[in-house]
Design a binder for this molecule. Structure first.
Ligand code: BG6
Length: 469
């Protein structure tokens, strides 16, 4: 559940899972459904749909079991039996109207289905039209996965297809970062405290860095990834959403729309990128990954300098980077405050005076730290950097998919991307999707190509420390 409960109707009374035999269902959706049952939530019947010759209900159940065992942290067989009993399966071609006729029969007696599109975006229009012509869109909601389109134009046309059958309030565009506990905490920390707001602006902040690092490579997703790259895979969605929550104005009220209005406003204020604002990289060996084109120029790393053209943030660089095969897996924000105006205590055993900073680690641990200096005991005015640190981990934390799926079933829209926000994000990256320098090669296990330093104008990257324990 989001911060603020804002439902647009009753809870869905059926879940239709398109793409039930795929990887997303196995890794994320079945484990999320299982966790919901484990946490005591009641689920409606789940109609699995896919076009996978040779599959039947038993095979889908085994697929779900396997996903929960591998990605859900183990299986309690009693909970799994409960999930299993809710499943039915339709094996059918999405191009064939008979598939949707069968679905309509399976939904007999159900009036508010939630359709989850865990399928390639190229299939969305086919499925939406199939659903509409079989009368399966009335009172329905749909969940669509990111990336929503490949650029501004395709996002608009995809949306137009959805609007043929559904209103905006029934469309739930998933960006799983919005469902993460730590990402919600950005908003909470900013607006549940009063000390930060007076200094959270260009007068006091000199730079914000965001690093989303992954030590893994493309992990068997070569074909998909090669057609997408880091800009479309995570920058346009996850990272711009994080930036929006960090930089947006306080919402006027607590409704989902009040928050989404501010997110969208902020995204619209980000200056569209130009080729000089971005450096792209590709890890050595990427072109040998299965499914990747031998001469591929797809980026597995990107570093970007954003500016937000608003009164609050004018002139403050937001430096964002993300990459595969980097030294560690972590996502971290670091906001640097201005230096003290005068060097009263220039003497330091740890080098020149460092700036104060606010560090928010979003994964794998959830923590917040304030970087400051304190004096060393003794008669000299010499100090050291310290962190005031709080760790916010909860052992039984809800996964992002569990939270988002629950919200979609309940019609709570706050943690989903609205179309104007999606379009604003595409607009930010649009120019560099086609006009850009070739990707620089970097060695796996490093922090990306050195060319990324050029974005810092003499500053330096703050490489997140490895997670402890
Ligand atoms: C997905 C991307 O949306 O997010 C993946 O497609 C990426 O490439 C993943 O690995 C990262 O998510 P998380 O939750 O592991 O940080």
């Amino acid at each position: 559940m989001g911060f603020f409960v804002m439902t647009n109707g009753l809870t869905s009374d059926a879940l239709v899972l398109f793409g039930a035999t795929g990887d997303l269902a196995r890794r994320k959706i079945f484990p999320a459904l299982y966790a919901m049952l484990q946490h005591g939530r009641t689920l409606p019947p789940i109609v699995c749909v896919a076009y996978s010759p040779g599959w039947d209900l038993e095979k889908v159940r085994a697929h779900a079991h396997d996903g929960i065992a591998q990605f859900g942290g183990g299986v309690d067989e009693a909970v799994f039996r409960n999930l299993s009993s809710l499943l039915t399966y339709i094996n059918g071609d999405y191009e064939d109207p008979a598939t949707f006729e069968e679905l309509r029969r399976a939904l007999e007696g159900r009036s508010r289905p939630l359709h989850y599109f865990a399928i390639p975006p190229s299939m969305f229009p086919v499925v939406v039209r199939g659903l509409a012509s079989a009368n399966c869109t009335e009172n329905a909601r749909v969940v669509v996965e990111k990336p929503f389109g490949r650029d501004l134009e395709s996002a608009r046309s995809l949306n137009a297809t959805l609007y043929e059958a559904l209103p905006e309030s029934s469309i739930f565009r998933i960006d799983h970062y919005l469902g993460k506990e730590a990402v919600q905490n950005i908003l909470y920390f900013r607006f549940a405290n009063s000390f930060l707001e007076p200094i959270w602006n260009r007068n006091h902040i000199r730079q914000i860095q965001i690093t989303m690092a992954e030590s893994i490579g493309v992990e068997g997703r070569g074909r998909f990834y090669d057609s997408v790259g880091a800009i479309r895979d995570v920058l346009q969605n996850h990272l711009l959403q994080v930036l929006a929550l960090l930089a947006m104005e306080p919402p006027l009220g607590t409704s989902a729309e009040a928050i989404r209005d501010e997110q969208a406003k902020l995204l619209k204020a980000i200056r569209p990128l130009e080729p000089g604002d971005i450096v792209r990289g590709q890890y050595e060996g990427y072109r040998n990954e299965e499914g990747v084109a031998r001469g591929s120029d797809t980026e597995t790393f990107t570093a970007v300098r954003f500016f937000v053209d608003s009164w609050r943030w004018a002139g403050v660089p937001f430096i964002v980077r993300t990459g595969k095969k980097l030294p560690i897996t972590t996502t971290e924000i670091r906001a640097e405050f201005q230096l003290p105006p005068q060097r009263v205590f220039a003497l330091s055993e740890a080098g020149p005076l460092a700036t104060n900073y606010l560090r928010m680690r979003l994964s794998p641990t959830v923590s917040i730290a304030l970087g400051a200096r304190t004096k060393n005991a003794g008669d000299r005015m010499v100090g050291r950097p310290v962190e005031l640190y709080v760790c916010n981990n909860h052992p039984d934390e809800m996964s992002a998919y569990e939270r988002l799926l629950g919200d979609a079933l309940d019609g709570e829209a706050m943690l989903f991307a609205r179309q104007d926000a999606v379009e604003a994000s595409w607009n930010v990256v649009e120019a560099v999707l086609s006009h850009r320098d070739p990707a620089y090669t970097y060695e796996a296990g490093t922090w990306g190509p050195q060319e990324a330093d050029l974005l810092l104008a003499g500053g330096r990257w703050h490489n997140p420390r490895p997670p402890q324990g």
